[in-house]
Design a protein around this ligand. Structure first.
Ligand code: HQG
Length: 181
């Protein structure tokens, strides 16, 4: 498929697997999973007919591995980023010593006061690489990269989770763990 078509399908999947499953007549189970067959039927009903091969291509090609099939290949879910209530059954793991977060200057005063908050998502999203954080910040304007002392947070008892696609998740980052750069 062409890049534009893959992006269109990826955005459609993000919308429905993270935020509005009901718009496609889907019900996510508690882990966020949905049957591939029902997803394809719902997509066809809503003007985006899609073959299983096309879905496989979008899942495999995705730059951030946003979606995953279960072991049977019969169910699919978004790996993270949900606004609907689900339990991804994430496994706690020790984080890299340093993590990065990309944001923009306008958010800094609030972030310096109250720390990084999860806002509308289930967790604060952090990246092991600065370049990834830069791309995340760029979605909102000129990026500002914050360095997080994840090792100190872990020593203080904060629990980190690694999502299936290399994003590190935590409930919040209090301002004292944001290192000045
Ligand atoms: C900011 C995309 C004010 C935070 C990306 C960010 C990522 C605060 C925004 C993933 C704040 C929330 C996550 C505070 C945090 N006061 N602003 N106390 N604390 N913020 O989209 O990290 O394409 O929920 O800096 O690429 O930008 O969806 O989080 O600017 O991986 O797969 O509030 O989403 O991936 O924005 O992005 P978001 P994010 P997908």
């Amino acid at each position: 498929m062409e890049r534009a078509q893959i992006t269109r399908i990826s955005k459609f999947l993000s919308l429905h697997l993270r935020h509005q499953p009901q718009a496609l007549g889907l019900v996510l189970d508690e882990g966020g999973w949905v049957s591939v067959e029902q997803l394809l039927a719902g997509a066809a009903r809503h003007g985006l007919p899609l073959t299983r091969a096309q879905l496989d291509e979008v899942v495999a090609d995705n730059d951030k591995q946003r979606f995953a099939f279960d072991d049977s290949g019969l169910r699919i879910r978004a790996q993270q980023g949900h606004s609907v209530e689900i339990d991804l059954q994430l496994v706690a793991a020790p984080p890299p010593a340093v993590l990065y977060h990309g944001t923009v200057a306008a958010a800094l005063p609030a972030i310096r006061t109250e720390g990084l908050q999860k806002m509308k998502r289930h967790h604060v999203h952090l990246s092991p690489e600065e370049a990834t954080a830069r791309r995340v910040g760029q979605r909102r304007g000129e990026p500002v990269i914050l360095t997080i002392d994840a090792a100190a947070m872990q020593r203080a008892g904060f629990v980190f989770y690694e999502s299936g696609n290399g994003v590190w998740l935590v409930d919040q980052v209090p301002p004292q763990y944001l290192q000045p750069r």
